[in-house]
Design a binder for this molecule. Structure first.
Ligand code: PLP
Length: 655
């Protein structure tokens, strides 16, 4: 009977995947890559020029067969290639349309995601566009140098460069490689010149400028005159004078600026571009033969955080970004009658963000308003408790807005009374438990009734009710490992269930991670709801429920830390191919970090721990506390966990 009722409900329910797309704002952040199929599952279309779709649920089924442990990071390597060509084509088209008489080069700043396969994929896809690299530290330099197979692949070196780095860079130039150190401070210039003299090879170099233009958004502080990086105009002029004196002005080939990541307003980019282009023209007229103008990174992507919040989404697309730079430089150069430079951008986030999706299983839910058992009326002796129960009974009959509001106020008042009575010792813990149970059930009844009325989103009582009835959802991941940008700077990432999107998600949840840290949760979500502090989520059923965390490919991978010793998550590298079953093949799986490697990182060594544990167990056996056979069993179980994963064994927990 009940099943029949449910079926009828499903048929009349108007919810379909269109509603899910709107609710989770999928079309705002998903670009052409992510969508929902008729089954209500999330699909990926990783290739620019081909609509072949992969159902993420098929990938998960496949990986479960291979026994890869959750959580899993899916890397769609085709998306990297798609982004490489999207950005390059946008610049090509701007250059053509503007009749810009020079070319464009993209260099990939590897700090955004250093994973070797990511870098290789970008370089491979970038071959036809001559994509280069950017490094910001000694380790990154060492990694990048070995990827300069072709002599004109560009490598831009930012960051503080010590003598080891400067020497490596000069060596690379001696080898005939196109490696450009970008000088950020006067000291660095002096060191470079000294080293050049010693090695009898004066290297080519670039200058990083501190612009007066202040960026916007979160990274505003990386630009402007007080930024951490770059040379002031007087410093640049003194370097120009010095190079003239030494007769090495011909070595200045590049000027560079970077106004910060995730530039939110195109106006700011235009302003900065014009300022740096002006400097380019002036320095050229002073005799520096600059041929590259590097405008840095910062091309934003649309995470689509709630537009009413203080961090607006970006207000431009890829083509507009390219146009702003190409036309901006052209205009300034024309006004100054100076030839246009080769344009470099260091777009990292825009290249990598889309390519990875973190798949996280829900382990359990903490739901207040679902009664576990019936209401024991025999316990209702106290007057306040009885009144609360009467309110609950009455609510069933109500439907008018005013009546519902009044009932809510009454219920809150009685619930407060009962909590005080409990604190004062007048009612016992069973009565208190019953009161909470009745109150939360009443709240659910009230909210369901309110939701049938029109447009009440702004009513404060309803906002309160929603917050009381928000579920805590325990998920198998660590915010500190996989979403450091969320924890550190409040970046919101789109999170969406990867199936059941043809059903209405009727509950609201807050996602908790596995760490024992009260900060270990997701506190900001991308959705169409006015309140961004929760995620709309489906009611639990008997199937495993997975959430997809999207746009995770920039910065998060390499910044994750080991809070509570949760290590790297498992990974699967996926290519799209319409000849294959499900339109995909898995090139590689990488197991997540095991317990012993995490322990090693903090200087616990398995052999030592095992010796100690063995001693403890033997001692208890000798004391006669346990039998030797049990002792051995316990010790062996301990040994076995060293190669276990750091995340939860959700499959075995029976949930
Ligand atoms: C981090 C960084 C970038 C990358 O910025 P995105 O916002 O990821 O494009 C580019 N250049 C420099 C100098 C950087 O420090």
């Amino acid at each position: 009977m009940e099943d029949l009722a449910n079926n009828i409900l499903n048929i009349v329910s108007e919810w379909d995947i269109k509603h899910s797309k709107e609710l989770y704002r999928l079309e705002n952040w998903g670009e052409t890559y992510f969508s929902i199929n008729k089954k209500g599952n999330i699909i990926v279309r990783p290739k620019n020029n081909d609509k072949t779709a992969i159902d993420i649920n098929d990938i998960i089924k496949n990986l479960e067969k291979r026994k890869l442990k959750m959580p899993i990071l899916l890397r769609f390597l085709d998306i990297l290639g798609s982004q490489v060509s999207r950005i390059n084509e946008a610049f090509r088209s701007a250059i053509k349309e503007a009749n810009y008489a020079n070319e464009y080069k993209l260099v990939y700043p590897i700090k955004v995601n250093q994973l070797h396969e990511v870098v290789e994929e970008i370089l491979d896809a970038g071959l036809e566009y001559n994509v280069g690299l950017e490094c910001g530290s000694k380790t990154e330099l060492v990694a990048c140098l070995a990827h300069l197979e072709s002599d004109d692949r560009l490598l831009i070196c930012n960051g503080h460069k010590d003598s080891t780095m400067l020497e490596l860079i000069i060596d690379a130039q001696m080898l005939g490689k196109n490696v450009i150190p970008i000088i950020e401070r006067i000291d660095e210039y002096n060191d470079l010149v000294k080293l050049g003299k010693k090695k009898k090879f004066m290297p080519k170099f670039g200058l990083r400028l501190r612009l007066a233009t202040q960026g916007s958004g979160r990274w505003a502080a990386s630009s402007g005159l007080n930024s951490k990086f770059g040379l002031t105009i007087p410093e640049v002029l003194s370097i120009i004078d010095d190079t003239k004196d030494r007769g090495i002005i011909g070595q200045i080939t590049t000027i560079h600026c970077h106004i910060g990541s995730q530039i939110s307003e195109i106006q700011v980019l235009k302003q900065a571009t014009k300022e740096i282009a002006q400097i380019y023209c002036q320095l050229k007229s002073l005799g520096a033969p600059i041929c590259y103008l590097d405008v840095g990174g910062g091309m934003g992507i649309n995470y689509d955080e709630n537009t009413s919040s203080q961090d607006p989404s970006i207000n431009y697309g890829t083509q507009e970004y390219a146009n702003a730079i190409v036309y901006g430089i052209k205009e300034v150069c024309e006004n100054n009658k100076v030839g246009v430079p080769c344009i470099i951008t260091e777009s990292g986030r825009a290249l990598t963000a889309y390519h990875s999706v973190l798949i996280v299983p829900v382990i359990s839910r903490h739901t207040r308003d679902i009664l576990n058992g019936h209401i024991d009326k025999g316990l209702i002796k106290n007057d306040s408790l009885n009144s609360l129960f009467q309110i609950y009974q009455n609510v069933k009959e109500l439907s008018r807005f005013e009546e519902l509001i009044e009932a809510y106020h009454d219920a809150v008042e009685k619930h407060e009374d009962i909590k005080s009575l409990f604190t004062l010792g007048y009612i016992n813990i069973k009565e208190r438990g019953l009161a909470d149970q009745i109150f939360w059930t009443t709240c659910r009844l009230l909210l369901d009734k309110f939701m049938k009325l029109e447009d009440l989103d702004e009513v404060s009582e309803i906002i309160e009710l929603k917050s009381i009835l928000t579920d805590q959802i325990l998920c198998d991941f660590s915010v500190f490992q996989s979403m450091l940008d969320h924890w550190a700077i409040g970046q919101a990432f789109p999170i969406i269930p990867i199936s059941r999107l043809n059903e209405e998600p009727k509950r609201r949840g807050i996602l908790m991670d596995l760490t024992c840290d009260s900060d270990g949760k997701v506190h900001k979500y991308v959705s169409n709801e006015n309140d961004p502090s929760f995620i709309p989520i489906h009611e639990a059923n008997s199937n495993q429920y997975f959430l997809g965390f999207f746009l995770m490919g920039a910065y998060n991978d390499s910044m994750g830390d080991s809070h509570n010793l949760f290590g790297r998550v498992s990974e699967a590298h996926i290519y799209c191919d319409k000849e294959e079953k499900g339109n995909f093949w898995i090139e590689k799986v990488i197991e997540g970090t095991d317990i012993q490697s995490m322990l090693n990182q903090v200087q616990y060594f398995p052999s030592d721990l095992q010796k100690r544990m063995n001693k403890i167990v033997k001692h208890q056996i000798n004391q006669g506390l346990i039998k030797p056979s049990l002792g051995t069993e316990i010790f062996e179980r301990y040994l076995k966990t060293f190669v276990d994963q750091t995340y939860a064994n959700h499959k075995e927990s029976g949930l």
